[in-house]
Design a protein around this ligand. Structure first.
Ligand code: 7TS
Length: 406
C-alpha cells in the first residue's frame, strides 16, 4: 500500500544527481516515472508467465492470457467502463485516436463536419485531417480565448450544428493546463447526434475519470503518462459503437474466419487488436492502476493542482514573463510560460544545468502556438512525487536565467 509520506521512495529514477544537483523531474506531461511496483510487475511477468496470449492451451499461455485479460478488466474498472470488452489495448493515446478516426471515421461523407478545438494535441488533430481528406468531411474548431486558455463556449451553438458527426476534444490541455468541462461537451454533442471523443492523455492518471459519468462515446489514454510503461495505452469505446465499426488493421487474433478472398471479424476488443499485443506492459498498466487508486486519484488531483497553483503564483511574481492558461481551479498539474527575449530551448538547457527537467517548444500544439503568436513555451508539469521545495528550485533557476540574459 503506497503512502504519501514515502511516495518518492517508490520511484527509483528520482534518486539521482543530474549535473551535480538532485534531479528535479518536472517533465511529467511528456512521460511520468514508474514506481518499483510497476517495474516489478512487468519483470515478474516476463520471469514467470511469459507466453503469447490467446494462442495456446499450454500452462504459460493460459497464465499470460489470464494476466492480459485481467489487466483489461482492471483498466475497465479504473475508468468505470461497463465491461472489459469496452477496453481496447493500443500503443497509447495517438494510436487510440487514430483507431477511432480511421475506423469510425470511415463512415463520414462530404458535408459532414468534424468539430475539434484549437487546443488539441497533434494526435487529436492530424488523424482527423487525414480522415477529412479521405472522406470529404470538413473540420471546424472551437476557439481558445487567448492566453487565459479556455474554450470559448459562447460560440458552441453556432459550431455544433446537425452536420457535426464527431466532436473530439482534450480533457486537460498539455500546453495550457486547462481542464475542460468534458461532461457538458459530451452532452452537447449528444444533443445534435454527434459522437464525443475525449483525449484523456493528461487527465486519466491525475484525477478521477469515470467514462459513464462523463458520458463520452470514446476516451483515449497512454500508460506512460500514468506511471506505467511505454507502448501501452487504451481506447475506451461504448460497446454498441465498437461492435458496429470495421477493423482498422488486419492480422492474427482479430478474425473469426479467414478465406483466400474474404474474412470475418471477431467482436470487440479482439477485432481491433491485430497481431501480438503488448501484454507485458498491459500487466504493468494494471499495476499502475492499483498503485494510483491506493493513493487516491482525488488526492492526486489536489496535490498536482496545488503545485500548479503555487508555481503559477511564484512565476507571475517574476518580471518579463508571460503565463498561459487559467489562473484558478480549472488548471491541471502544469504551468506553461514564455520569458521575454529568452528562447524556450535556452531556458530548458539552463535549467538542466541545475538538475531540472522541463520541456520547451510547441508541445505538439503548433496551430495554438501560431494563434497565440508564440514559437513555443517552457512547461513544468507535476506529478504525485513533486514537492513545493522543487518549485523553489525552479524559481531560483529561472531567476538565474533571467539574470544571465540580462
Ligand atoms: N494528447 C495529449 C493531450 C497529450 O499531452 C499527448 C502527449 C498525446 C495526446 C499523445 O500521447 P502519446 O502517448 O500517444 O504520445 N503529450 C506530450 C507532451 O505534452 N510532451 O510530450 C508528449
Amino acid at each position: 500500500m503506497p503512502s504519501w509520506n514515502t511516495v518518492r521512495d517508490d520511484f527509483p529514477a528520482l534518486h539521482q544527481q543530474v549535473n551535480g544537483h538532485p534531479l528535479v523531474y518536472l517533465d511529467n506531461g511528456a512521460t511520468t516515472q514508474r514506481p518499483q511496483v510497476v517495474i516489478d510487475a512487468v519483470s515478474r511477468f516476463y520471469a514467470h508467465d511469459n507466453a503469447n496470449v490467446h494462442r495456446g492451451l499450454h500452462a504459460l499461455s493460459m497464465r499470460a492470457t489470464a494476466a492480459y485479460e485481467g489487466a483489461r478488466a482492471r483498466v475497465a474498472r479504473f475508468i468505470n467502463a461497463a465491461a472489459p470488452e469496452e477496453i481496447i489495448f493500443t500503443r497509447g493515446t495517438t494510436e487510440s485516436l487514430n483507431l477511432v478516426a480511421a475506423s469510425w471515421g470511415s463512415r463520414l461523407q462530404p458535408g459532414d463536419v468534424i468539430l475539434l478545438t484549437e487546443m488539441e494535441h497533434h494526435s487529436n488533430l492530424v488523424p482527423w485531417q487525414l480522415v477529412a481528406a479521405r472522406t470529404g468531411a470538413k473540420l471546424r474548431y472551437v476557439p481558445v480565448t487567448g492566453d487565459e486558455g479556455k474554450l470559448d463556449l459562447s460560440v458552441l451553438d453556432q459550431l455544433l450544428t446537425p452536420e457535426v458527426k464527431v466532436f473530439a476534444f482534450t480533457h486537460i490541455s498539455n500546453t495550457l493546463g486547462t481542464i475542460n468541462p468534458v461532461a457538458e461537451l459530451c452532452a452537447r454533442a449528444r444533443q445534435v447526434g454527434a459522437i464525443s471523443v475525449v483525449d484523456a492523455a493528461q487527465s486519466v492518471g491525475h484525477m478521477p475519470v469515470d467514462v459513464r459519468a462523463i458520458g463520452c462515446d470514446f476516451l483515449a489514454f497512454s500508460g506512460h503518462k500514468m506511471a506505467a510503461g511505454t507502448g501501452i495505452g487504451a481506447l475506451y469505446g461504448r460497446r454498441e459503437l465498437l461492435d458496429a465499426m470495421p477493423p482498422w488493421q488486419g492480422g492474427g487474433g482479430m478474425i473469426a474466419h479467414v478465406g483466400f478472398f474474404e474474412s470475418r471479424w471477431k467482436p470487440s476488443p479482439e477485432r481491433f487488436e491485430a497481431g501480438t499485443p503488448n501484454f507485458g506492459d498491459a500487466v504493468g498498466l494494471a499495476a499502475a492502476c492499483d498503485y494510483l487508486d491506493a493513493l487516491g486519484r482525488a488526492q492526486l488531483r489536489r496535490h498536482d493542482g496545488e503545485l500548479a497553483r503555487l508555481a503559477y503564483q511564484k512565476l507571475s511574481a517574476l518580471p518579463n514573463i508571460r503565463l498561459l492558461g487559467p489562473a484558478e481551479e480549472e488548471r491541471g498539474g502544469l504551468v506553461s510560460f514564455a520569458l521575454s527575449d529568452v528562447h524556450a530551448h535556452d531556458v530548458v538547457t539552463f535549467a538542466d544545468e541545475d538538475g531540472i527537467a522541463l520541456r520547451g517548444g510547441h508541445h505538439c500544439n503548433q496551430p495554438l502556438m501560431h494563434k497565440l503568436g508564440l514559437t513555443g513555451t517552457v512547461r513544468a508539469s507535476f506529478y504525485l512525487y513533486n514537492t513545493a521545495e522543487e518549485i523553489d528550485v525552479l524559481i531560483a533557476s529561472i531567476r538565474r536565467i533571467q539574470k544571465f540574459f540580462g
